[in-house]
Write a protein that binds this ligand. Structure first.
Ligand code: SAH
Length: 219
């Protein structure tokens, strides 16, 4: 694979994307830096790669979408807002784009996907990009990944109708942070939930539109 791809051109388009995200209120320099570094076009099929740096969601097959850069930035910023995180669980590997962004910002990423073909593609691409701090798991992410928990952070990129109990219980009791879209196909909201011991503080971030969190796995 030609990792330089569109080379300088794509670096300049990425600069423009980062400026747009700044205008939209993203403030975290580490997050903006990661978006600047990551070649988003590699996560799309060739026919779509010229649209990689538009601030829009794009199809990745299997009725799934690569999230809009603004949403990736907003979620990552909310996850990291209280400082550095060591262990982060991601539900919905999809293309692996959000996974790669996370891998640059936290110590270890545990990424769960329910569709084997998407997981394989993401795993291969991240291996080619020499990413070594990600572990993958084919499973229904609604149950989290209890063997690897508790997690300092959990980020979910598909929307359940209500927050899964297993994700709450796998948050670190010392400030574990969960960023998750919740709702149905008509109304969804992005939530930040912070755990302190047995209490869970909820903050509504903004209205969003994600594909639904589905049950079971597809092999
Ligand atoms: N973060 C991804 C976005 C993918 S879209 C990216 O950057 O490309 C949502 C993803 O969540 C899809 O890949 C979908 O298959 C996955 N998903 C949906 N329900 C799931 C579940 N219960 N467990 C794990 N993954 C799930």
């Amino acid at each position: 694979m030609d990792l330089d791809g569109i080379g300088m051109t794509s670096r300049r388009t990425r600069d423009r994307l980062v400026n747009r995200l700044r205008d939209q209120g993203i403030r975290s320099d580490p997050v903006l830096g990661a978006i600047q570094n990551v070649p988003r076009h590699l996560f799309l099929e060739e026919a779509l790669s010229h649209r990689a740096y538009e601030d829009t969601a794009l199809p990745i097959g299997f009725n799934q979408t690569l999230s809009q850069p603004y949403i990736v930035a907003r979620m990552t910023e909310a996850l990291l807002a209280a400082g550095h995180l060591k262990k982060v669980l991601e539900i919905g590997t999809g293309s692996g784009y959000q996974t790669l962004i996370l891998s640059e910002l936290v110590d270890r990423v545990y990424s769960v996907e329910r569709i084997a073909a998407l997981q394989d593609r993401a795993r291969k691409l991240l291996r080619k990009l020499s990413v070594r701090n990600v572990q993958y798991h084919l499973s229904d992410g609604g149950y989290g990944w209890s063997m690897m928990g508790p997690f300092d952070g959990i980020i979910v990129t598909a929307a359940p109708e209500k927050v899964p109990e297993d994700l709450l219980s796998q948050l670190s009791p010392r400030g574990g942070r969960l960023v998750i879209p919740v709702g149905d196909s008509k109304h969804q909201e992005l939530l930040l939930i912070v755990r302190e011991g047995g209490s869970y503080r909820r903050e509504r971030l903004e209205p969003v539109r994600f594909v639904p969190l589905l049950n079971g796995t597809v092999r």
